[in-house]
Design a protein. Structure first.
Length: 197
């Protein structure tokens, strides 16, 4: 069961140029099944118009999972936070606490999450709906607590196109803070079809 509250004052659903989006939610699991937890989430995005039709975008989100089952030693892996990819930290695949003694493929996620994104979106071919973007992403997940001195970071750029088959995003993220996970060294191309948000 999920309860959420959201407010959207942006001027466009696909390519906002001004306004804000804010949301808070709480997901409760425990009415049935074998999992008992509450998952709290909050996020906000702000869009500011610049000269030459550029838009400055800032986004932030946080999450926390509370275990309500005293008999269970840990929260199920599929409920935990794992960041990485085009919707969170571009250029990385798996960001989160790994299994003890494990490698990148053994990331099991965390119970707390914090994420920040900063973007500048600018027109490339205005009449064709083609835009460029440069960005900075920072975030991480932990097993309880929030640590500003332990954020994984990436920078990059890409293109966004409102194509005849729908919105397309192609972006490359270069990993600034490589940490100790070899899978996240260098960077990655990210591609998606669908809503930009």
């Amino acid at each position: 069961m999920t309860v959420s509250l959201a407010r959207d004052t942006t001027d466009d659903r696909m390519f906002p140029t001004k306004g804000t989006k804010a949301s808070v939610s709480a997901k409760y699991a425990g009415l049935g099944g074998n999992v008992k937890l509450v998952k709290y989430s909050a996020g906000v995005s702000a869009y500011f118009p610049f000269f030459w039709d550029m838009v400055f975008v800032t986004k932030g989100s946080m999450g926390y999972i509370q275990n309500l089952d005293d008999s269970r030693s840990d929260i199920p892996i599929y409920e935990k936070y794992v960041l990485g990819g085009i919707s969170s930290i571009r250029g990385m695949r798996y960001v989160g606490p790994p299994k003890t003694g494990g490698s990148t493929e053994d990331v099991i996620g965390g119970t707390t999450m914090m994420l920040f994104n900063v973007e500048v979106v600018f027109p490339l071919i205005k009449n064709a709906g083609l835009k460029g973007v440069i960005f900075y992403d920072a975030g991480n997940t932990w097993n309880y607590g929030y640590y500003f001195d332990d954020l994984r970071q990436s920078v990059g750029g890409g293109i966004r196109w409102y194509s005849p088959i729908g919105p397309l995003r192609l972006e490359y993220g270069y990993v600034v803070d490589k940490g100790d996970l070899l899978d996240n060294d260098g960077g990655r191309w990210e591609f998606t079809i669908g809503m930009f948000m």
